[in-house]
Design a protein around this ligand. Structure first.
Ligand code: ADP
Ligand code: MG
Length: 253
């Protein structure tokens, strides 16, 4: 697979106090493809994902070294301002966290912060991103009601719409369907497949079938080490490492 690199990771180490959660991880994440980070619980998947938008900084006692370049800028450089990094990346977490406000205001939140005040423009933005998240039809008649009244699956799609409304380049998902029922999960997966032409998508998943359905590129972590990375085909059909083979066959978990 020929690809352009969007996120370049080099020799990244992460320590929580004395415990090392990532050990010298280096990998290139392709532009406008879906990359899945797989591996057993505790292997460092969330830690790697949170390093990409520097959300990791909010953890007490954390120490990060190495280099992560996004569009040629090393975002681990302490001089780099985090707001503009975060603006480039939308994050979906395991559980949806809609803001305590209406459906409309959730989507308009980011654009308003970025200075958009015109009502007609905001209306258009809200509709566009609710459509992109396949939520529009379900909520168009109750945009002014609290987001908290939506089902969990709808809330996760709302969070996707809220993230997209900031016009990110990268969508990060940390097991974004783990709290959802099968039909909502399927909708989110479907959106990812449709959005990957426009965005670089990186998702953490411990569901191998989901990685097979979605991923173009796969990163396999085990106990903080990057064991193998490559195209989905290479990792799933022809893994080089014994450990990857065993993980994929379900021998280790
Ligand atoms: P995964 O997402 O693959 O389950 P994590 O990245 O959450 O793994 O965690 C990797 C390792 O770092 C685990 O051993 C975990 O216990 C540890 N860890 C994660 N977050 C913290 C934290 N805030 N403080 C201390 N240790 C942590
Ligand atoms: Mg995790």
């Amino acid at each position: 697979m020929e690809f352009k690199t969007h996120i370049r990771v080099r020799n990244v180490n992460v320590f929580y106090g004395k415990e090392q959660a990532l050990k010298n991880v280096s990998v290139d994440i392709p532009d406008r493809r879906i990359t899945a980070i797989i591996g057993p619980s505790g292997c460092g998947k969330t830690t790697l994902l949170k390093s990409f938008n520097r959300l990791i900084d909010t953890t007490d006692g954390v120490r990060v070294s190495g280099e992560i370049s996004v569009d040629g800028e090393n975002i681990l450089d302490p001089k780099v301002e985090v707001t503009h990094i975060r603006k480039k990346m939308g994050l979906l977490s395991q559980k949806p966290y809609p803001l305590p406000m209406s459906i409309y205001d959730n989507v308009a939140y980011g654009p308003r912060i970025h200075g958009i005040k015109d009502k007609k423009r905001l209306d258009e933005i809200v509709e566009r991103y609710l459509r992109q998240s396949s939520l529009w039809e379900e909520v168009r008649d109750r945009l002014r009601t609290p987001a908290s009244r939506l089902s969990v699956g709808q809330q996760q799609r709302l969070c996707l719409a809220r993230g997209l409304a900031v016009e990110p380049e990268i969508i990060l998902g940390d097991e974004p369907t783990s709290a959802l029922d099968p039909s909502s999960s399927q909708r989110i997966e479907q959106r990812f497949l449709e959005l990957k032409n426009q965005y670089t998508i990186v998702i953490v998943t411990h569901i191998l079938r989901q990685a097979r359905r979605l991923a173009d590129y796969v990163i396999f972590l085990y106990l903080g080490e990057l064991i193998e990375h490559g195209t989905a085909e290479a990792i799933f059909e022809n893994p080089k490492e014994q450990m990857t083979r065993e993980y994929i066959k379900g021998i280790i978990s």
